[in-house]
Design a protein around this ligand. Structure first.
Ligand code: PGA
Length: 258
């Protein structure tokens, strides 16, 4: 049985003003604020980080950001650094999300620099990997995931590897309502675990959490989380409502007791 504590992270994307965030966080604090069997991470947009940071005090909920630049300061108009995030008590940072890769042209090399910069600042990266539909249909899913992992984690020290969380997000499942079946997801998660074994050794890899992301909802979460190598979820749409996000966290809590 796995001893990894499940992690459920809400990726709010470009949603929620600071005012709307307050409402959602207050609702979540009431339902899951004391949940201790699951690590729950909220990733609001930058503009709501400070507000949410204050609201999370005294709860078990943890703050995450959705992106960061690799440099700590300088002439990078519009960017935010890991040091700035740390100062707001951010613990996790999503890096290499497929929307950043596809819409903003982020390369594996850039994502890797961000991962190293985050670790240097004691932030925990949630490194996203995953194939597009065309890549899956061409039989290249494993190859794509392997390249993204190896390139994204280049230079990461084994001693820090358990600070890194991997999120497997098949691009074709994000925001589409199409989820990978538990078996399909597990197959890739097992492959990711094997790749991590090669990179960091079995012991270190067995401590690393691998999340599934892509239309994870209350009605499919139990089955996905029951899989051996699925240690939680990176949740988009269902993280925007207190009810569905609460149900997902409860689902992860149930997966521990099974
Ligand atoms: P989704 O998004 O849950 O809305 O599919 C997941 C993500 O993009 O992280």
């Amino acid at each position: 049985m796995s001893k990894r504590i499940p992690l459920i992270a809400g990726n709010w994307k470009m949603n929620k003003t600071a005012t709307e965030a307050t409402e959602l966080v207050q609702a979540l604090s009431a339902t899951i604020g004391k949940e201790s069997n699951v690590h729950v991470v909220l990733c609001p947009p930058f503009t709501a980080l400070e507000r949410v940071s204050g609201l999370l005090e005294g709860t078990h909920l943890v703050l995450g950001a959705q992106n960061a630049h690799d440099k700590v300061s300088g002439a990078f108009t519009g960017e935010v650094s890991v040091v700035m995030l740390r100062d707001l008590h951010v613990t996790y940072v999503i890096l290499g999300h497929s929307e950043r890769r596809a819409i903003f042209g982020e390369t594996d090399a850039f994502v890797n620099r961000k991962v190293l910069s985050a670790l240097e600042a004691s932030l925990r990266p949630i490194l996203c990997v995953g194939e597009t539909l065309a890549e899956r249909e061409a039989g290249k899913a494993f190859e794509v995931v392997k390249t993204q992992l190896e390139a994204g984690l280049a230079g990461v020290n084994q001693a820090k590897s358990d600070q890194v969380v991997i999120a497997y997000e098949p691009v074709w499942a994000i925001g589409t309502g199409k989820t990978a079946t538990p078996a399909m997801a597990q197959e890739v998660h097992a492959f990711i675990r094997a790749t991590l074994n090669t990179l960091f050794g079995i012991e270190a890899a067995s401590r690393m959490r691998i999340l599934y992301g892509g239309s994870m909802k209350p009605d499919n979460a139990d089955a996905l989380l029951a899989e051996k190598d699925i240690d939680g979820g990176l949740i988009g749409g269902a993280a925007l409502e207190a009810k569905s996000f609460t149900e997902l966290v409860r689902s992860a809590a149930r997966s521990v007791s099974r």
